[in-house]
Ligand binder design. Structure first.
Ligand code: AMP
Ligand code: MN
Ligand code: MN
Ligand code: MN
Length: 285
């Protein structure tokens, strides 16, 4: 399990958050695509972990527990992937519950914002796409606006309605970086910065994120991700090296209809980086 040449996919979403496939369907798809080591990383939620681990075993894949925690840092939303933790750890369970807590109210406010531009019933509409009532997300609104013909695809919905300054966007305060890292690490896991190229940070803010992440015990960064261009993969391979961080690889797969990068199909990690799964060898199931 220590080599960079391993088909590891350590980032994807099921119906327990904003994916469209169940943990079992994802496991079957990952195995069919040749994934050898898999992690399900639902947003702010670990309710699918026991099912995912069992499904991985049934498909002959190795498994690491996973989650993707929403964090507010320097006024921006940052995602931190946790891997290899104890899914029954009560501090982690409580921390994630608290992080999910504001979503229902936020969804009602998003719906009000959309109503003001003539889109009615968005809250009820989005709810039809929700697999876990605790985890209503922008993605579920996006699916409703596509299904009701307002937009062609979810990317158009985000661009026109759900990003900063647009009618359905509601600013939200997520977890602190330090708290999220402590929930993961005290539960025996390791933290990884998800898709670093996706944040609209200045160079100084990005430096602060990486520095504070390391100072609070973070160990890795996603280098190969479905959210990066190949140039960005090269750029963050250099950042991993500069900050002494291990590298992770994950498709961020959400749905056969929406995701460009399928499970297990990214290029391998560059050989000179330490794969995060090498540090997690004793947590692999
Ligand atoms: P939320 O946690 O409710 O803010 O929703 C965030 C989720 O929205 C992300 O995890 C992505 O799945 C999805 N998302 C964010 N930006 C975009 C985008 N531009 N296009 C498609 N999906 C997006
Ligand atoms: Mn998502
Ligand atoms: Mn993310
Ligand atoms: Mn994700």
């Amino acid at each position: 399990m220590s080599h960079a040449i391993l088909n590891a996919d350590l980032h994807c979403h099921s119906t327990v958050s904003d994916g469209t496939l169940s943990p079992e369907e994802l496991a079957a798809r990952a195995a069919a695509n040749g994934v050898q080591l898999w992690a399900l990383t639902d947003h702010d939620e670990i309710g699918g972990q026991h099912r995912a681990a069992a499904a991985a075993a049934a498909q002959g894949m190795r498994y690491l527990t996973g989650t993707e925690i929403s964090v507010t840092f320097a006024g921006h939303t940052v995602h931190i992937v946790g891997l290899g933790f104890d899914p029954d750890d009560q501090q982690l369970v409580q921390g994630l519950r608290q992080t999910r807590g504001g979503r229902a109210q936020r969804a009602l406010e998003m719906s009000d914002g959309l109503a003001q531009v003539g889109i009615r019933g968005a809250y009820e509409g989005a709810l039809q796409f929700v697999g876990n009532p605790d985890l209503i997300s922008r993605t579920h609104f996006a699916r409703f606006l596509v299904e009701s013909g307002v937009c062609r695809d979810t990317h158009e919905v985000f661009r026109k309605y759900l990003t900063e300054g647009k009618p359905g966007f509601v600013p939200h305060r997520w977890a602190n970086l330090r708290d999220a890292l402590s929930w993961i690490t005290q539960a025996g896991g390791m933290a990884v910065i998800a898709h670093p190229a996706r944040y609209a940070f200045t160079a100084n803010e990005e430096f602060a994120l990486f520095s504070e992440f390391k100072a609070h015990g973070g160990v890795g960064v996603e280098v190969m991700t479905g959210s990066h261009s190949s140039a960005e993969c090269v750029q963050y391979a250099a950042m991993a090296h500069e900050f002494g961080l291990a590298a992770s690889r994950g498709s961020d797969f959400h749905s056969p209809q929406e995701s460009h990068t399928d499970l297990g199909t990214l290029p391998y990690l560059p050989g000179e980086l330490t794969p995060v799964w090498e540090l997690l060898a004793d947590r692999i199931q």
